[in-house]
Design a protein around this ligand. Structure first.
Ligand SMILES: [Zn+2]
Length: 423
């Protein structure tokens, strides 16, 4: 790009950028915009130098609100044997029991964070597998990572354990205390079982007494009879749970009876749940059967949610682990794939909110802004339109953090080779 090397002056004006209209109070999807950088923040002071950015599309740095940093990059030593959801659960369990010590977790988390940072992400929520005794190993490593990365990537963690674990009262309480003590979010995975309503109720009560927000993995299946989402929304309403609630996946909404799906979404809207869709991971795991071409995409009903005013986001989910073999913590890839999988391209003009403002609101991260006084944390691409943006991987993007271009070189996979030996 002709503007790859920006001049090093105290007050630099970037003219002729292209930015999402909603960020500057305009209804058009993309609009021309200029801004001046002084001391790393957007300023209205006079500029010393000016660069014509030739229409380059600039997005605020991304928020990735659903990841699994503790699982990331184990593929080389623990692949998914058949690419299915059950295959993933079993493979991760085997790997966690054998390998997830502090050194292993630290190295893989740091690798993922360096990828995310280089791609232009500034805030991440990760789920952490949190059964005892793994939680006592993983959470202190997370807290260390949060400190190490402060100022570059704001980190949050949510616990992850099955809804059955809620019934193991002492163990679940200990995990919830650990989450509260580390400033985390209480999480669980719901699936149909005879005690599910009591489990959700107990879970919300455990969050309430500790002042915790909630984050659910929900209905990650195409079985049309599965709808624990409706139960979660009903329990949130019945218990007057007033902290933020995130629900992720919701794949079975795409296969269940449409009337039931839409009625459920009405309830989700009423309960104020925040939705996160993980389209790449869903496309990988859902509707996979040996020797049979997949028919369904697995993505949840994002258009119908948006129409109801539900706060919808997209996120990475898993990265090079048995739940998703690929991925690189790149939110441009996530938005590009969500656009293709979910047909966002002939819909509303502001779907980019789903990796910017919406996840920030769902998690309580700083809202992205182009207002004076805001840090200049921008991803600038060699593209002037959504079509040009999504047509290429944008590997030559510029990432500005506090107004300065960072090194966007990605870490080499070889760095993890010493952890991938299986004997
Ligand atoms: Zn997940």
């Amino acid at each position: 790009m002709p503007f790859k090397d920006l001049p090093d002056v105290a007050a630099l004006r970037l003219t002729n950028l292209t930015v999402p209209g909603y960020l500057v109070g305009q209804s058009a999807s993309l609009v021309a915009h200029s801004l001046t950088i002084v001391d790393g923040v957007i300023s209205d002071a006079p500029a010393e130098a000016e660069v014509d950015m030739q229409g380059a599309l600039a997005l605020p740095c991304f928020v990735d609100m659903h990841t699994h940093l503790d699982k990331g990059h184990i593929w080389a030593r623990q692949p998914n044997p058949d690419g299915t959801f059950d295959g993933a659960i079993n493979a991760v369990g085997v790997d966690a029991r054998a390998n997830w010590n502090a050194d292993d977790l630290r190295a893989r988390m740091d690798f993922s964070l360096r990828c995310a940072y280089a791609h232009g992400t500034r805030a991440i929520r990760t789920h952490l597998d949190s059964h005892t005794p793994q939680d006592a190993i993983t959470w202190p490593v997370f807290a260390e990572m949060r400190d190490t990365w402060a100022g570059r990537i704001a980190l949050q963690a949510a616990s992850l354990s099955s809804c059955d674990y809620i019934e193991e009262k002492d163990a679940f309480s200990a995990t919830a205390d650990l989450v509260a003590g580390t400033g985390g979010v209480l999480g669980t995975v719901t699936y149909p079982n005879p005690n599910i309503v009591a489990q959700i109720s107990g879970f919300l009560a455990a969050a309430t007494v500790r002042g915790l927000e909630a984050d659910f993995h929900v209905d990650e299946t195409l079985d049309p009879s599965v709808n624990t989402l409706r139960l979660i929304a009903a329990e949130v309403l019945a218990s007057h749970f007033d902290a933020k609630v995130v629900v992720g996946h919701l794949c079975s909404l795409s296969t269940m009876d449409e009337t039931e799906a839409l009625h459920t979404l009405d309830l989700v809207a009423k309960a104020g749940l925040h939705v996160v869709s993980l389209p790449m991971c869903n496309l990988y795991l859902q509707d996979r059967h040996t020797g049979r071409t997949p028919r369904n995409r697995g993505i949840t009903l994002v258009h119908e949610m948006k129409a109801r005013g539900i706060n919808v986001s997209f996120a990475s989910d898993n990265t090079r682990d048995p739940f998703y073999a690929y991925g690189d913590m790149d939110m441009i890839e996530v938005l590009r794939e969500a656009t293709r999988i979910g047909h966002l391209d002939h819909a509303d003009p502001d779907w980019c909110r789903t990796v910017l403002t919406n996840p920030a609101a769902a998690c309580g991260f700083d809202a992205p802004s182009l207002a004076v006084g805001t840090p200049v944390d921008l991803v600038i691409c060699n593209a002037r339109s959504w079509n040009e943006l999504f047509a290429r991987p944008q590997s030559d993007r510029i990432v500005l953090r506090a107004g300065r271009a960072i090194d966007t070189t990605l870490p080499a996979y070889a760095e993890l080779d010493h952890l991938m030996r299986t004997h």
